[in-house]
Write a protein that binds this ligand. Structure first.
Ligand code: KIV
Length: 283
């Protein structure tokens, strides 16, 4: 998968599938399932590291997890989130951060949240040879400024701003844009106005592709929180809890390990019990 292939998919009306992954097994499974793009999202903070938001996620966290994902896959394009405040300083500083993702994490592309205000930075990163995916609408790194996880683009002023942001990102060279938590009508408009693909999350059916968080798709969580825009295709949380509970039960009952899990020897080990072997053992 490549950025040019994604653009061709848009032109040909072929939907693009994208999912997050943060480690080797989840990335391998996503590739085997045929996913087109893997996002090493900073949702890592919420779903894997146990933070309340994505803000505490560091560049080192993203590099560490990108390395695990890129080791796992060969076909899907791997996109890594630039974490909070790593791209708002000087262009030189930003390019150093991006360079670390590409060199140390073996990343293939980066994703950045924002619109017009980051367009110049996007342009510089693209000119440095790194593909950039934009992210507009509900941008979780600005959740405290936005005032919560709310649907965006509901007023005409907001809709105009999001269109201007999307066009600025396209103009700056972004190869695709994630559109998060916006109305169906607005994402349809954005998808028609842009020549680069839109990838929706909570943005209805008109986008050129869809992205969801791995742990939401599979309900791989101990404490599921229902979200209107998520469809769960499995319930790993229940399977995992049940599996571990049965293991614990069998350990307590001494029914695991059973004969088939055990190894034997013909050696006579009696004398090795030494002083620790009590009288009943000796008989
Ligand atoms: O970090 C993430 O998982 C994301 C998706 C929600 C698009 O940015």
């Amino acid at each position: 998968m490549s950025t040019t292939r994604m653009r061709k998919m848009k032109a040909d009306g072929i939907p693009i599938s994208m999912i997050t992954a943060y480690d080797y097994p989840s990335a391998r499974l996503a590739e085997q399932a045929g996913v087109d793009v893997i996002l090493v999202g900073d949702s890592l903070g919420n779903v894997v590291l146990g933070y309340e938001s994505t803000l505490p996620v560091t560049l080192d966290d993203m590099i560490y997890h990108t390395k695990a994902v890129t080791r796992a896959v060969s076909r899907p394009l791997v996109v890594t989130d630039l974490p909070f405040l790593t791209y708002h300083g000087t262009i030189d500083h930003t390019l150093t951060q991006v360079g670390r993702i590409m060199r140390e994490g073996l990343g293939q592309a980066v994703k950045m949240e924002g619109g017009i205000e980051i367009a110049q930075t996007v342009d510089a990163i693209v000119k440095a040879g790194v593909p950039v995916m934009g992210h507009i609408g509900l941008t979780p790194q600005s959740v405290f400024q936005i005032g919560g996880y709310k649907v965006q683009g509901k007023t005409s002023a907001q809709a105009q701003k999001l269109l201007d942001d999307a066009l600025a990102l396209e103009q700056a060279g972004a190869f695709a844009i994630v559109v998060e938590l916006v109305t169906d009508e607005l994402s349809e408009l954005l998808t028609r106005r842009l020549s680069i693909p839109t990838i929706g999350i909570g943005a209805g059916k008109h986008c050129d592709g869809q992205v969801l968080v791995f742990h939401d798709v599979l309900q791989y969580t101990a404490d599921p929180v229902p979200k209107k825009f998520v469809k769960a295709y499995a319930n790993l949380g229940d399977h995992i809890r049940d599996g571990i509970a049965r293991y614990v039960q069998e350990v307590k009952a001494r029914s695991f390990p059973a004969e088939e899990h055990s190894f034997h020897t013909d050696l006579e080990l009696g004398q090795l019990y030494g002083h620790h072997r009590d009288e009943s053992d000796k008989e």
